[in-house]
Design a protein around this ligand. Structure first.
Ligand SMILES: N[C@@H](CCC(=O)N[C@@H](CS)C(=O)NCC(=O)O)C(=O)O
Length: 208
C-alpha cells in the first residue's frame, strides 16, 4: 500500500488529499507534527531529504515528494477520473498551467508569507529575510491578477474541467488569503473561482 506523509491544516498536503479523494485511492496515512518541527527532524528527513510535506512512498519503497510529481504518479496509477488531461494537448496545457502557477503565483505568495507574518515560525527552518516579504507579496499579487485575466469565461484554471492544478492551487491560495494575503476583490474571476472551489464536494469539504 502507498504510505502518505501528511499534516492536518497544511495546504500542500491538502492538494494531495484532494487528488486521493477524487480518485478514490486508499493510502496508509502517517501524520507528521509540522508545527512542532517533526518534518525537519532526522527521522522524517530520512524519508524526504527536503524535509517537507507531502511525501508519498510507493509499495516498492520509492519516495515521491512535490505535489506535481505525486499528482503525475497518482494519475498513472489510477487514470480515472482524469485530472491531468485525456489527450496530449490537454496534458500539456494542464502541466503548463501548473508550472505557471508554481512560479508566478504560489511560490511568490508563499515567500510573501514566510518572509513576513511567517518569519518567526520559519526562521529556524530556512533562510528568512523580512526585507523581501512585501516585494514577494506584490509579485504574487501580479501573478494572481494575471491568472484572473486567464480565467475569464472559465470555471477552473485549465478551462471547464477541474484538474490537479485546482487541487493544488485552491488550498494554497485559500490558506495564504487567510494568514497573509487576502484576495483583492478587484479580481472578480478569482473571487468567483474561490467560491466555486469552496462549494466543491471534495475541495471544499475540509477547512484550512
Ligand atoms: N514544493 C513543495 C512544497 C512543500 C511545502 O512547502 N510544504 C509545507 C507544508 S504546506 C511544509 O512542509 N512546511 C514546513 C516546513 O517547510 O518546515 C511541494 O510541492 O510539495
Amino acid at each position: 500500500m502507498l504510505k502518505f506523509y501528511t499534516a492536518p491544516m497544511a495546504p500542500n498536503p491538502r492538494a494531495v488529499e484532494n487528488i486521493l479523494a477524487i480518485k478514490g485511492i486508499e493510502v496508509e496515512t502517517i501524520s507528521v507534527d509540522l508545527l512542532g518541527g517533526e518534518n525537519r527532524g532526522d527521522a522524517f528527513v530520512g524519508v524526504n531529504p527536503a524535509g517537507q510535506l507531502p511525501a508519498l512512498v510507493t509499495p516498492e519503497g520509492q519516495v515521491i515528494a512535490e505535489v506535481a510529481a505525486i499528482a503525475e504518479y497518482l494519475e498513472e496509477l489510477k487514470p480515472d477520473p482524469v485530472l491531468i488531461g485525456s489527450t496530449a494537448a490537454e496534458r500539456a496545457h494542464s502541466r503548463m498551467r501548473m508550472r505557471q502557477m508554481d512560479y508566478l503565483v504560489l511560490s511568490p505568495m508563499m515567500m510573501g508569507y514566510r518572509h513576513s507574518e511567517g518569519a518567526e515560525f520559519f526562521g529556524s527552518r530556512m533562510r528568512i529575510d523580512p526585507a523581501i516579504g512585501a516585494t514577494m507579496k506584490l509579485i504574487g499579487h501580479d501573478g494572481l491578477s494575471w491568472l484572473d485575466t486567464q480565467m475569464e469565461g472559465h470555471d477552473f484554471i485549465c478551462g471547464d474541467q477541474l484538474t490537479f492544478v485546482d487541487c493544488a492551487v485552491y488550498p494554497l491560495v485559500l490558506f495564504l488569503s487567510k494568514v497573509s494575503q487576502p484576495i483583492d476583490p478587484e479580481m472578480k474571476n478569482i473571487t468567483h473561482y474561490m467560491a466555486r472551489c469552496a462549494s466543491h464536494e471534495v475541495l471544499g469539504a475540509k477547512s484550512l
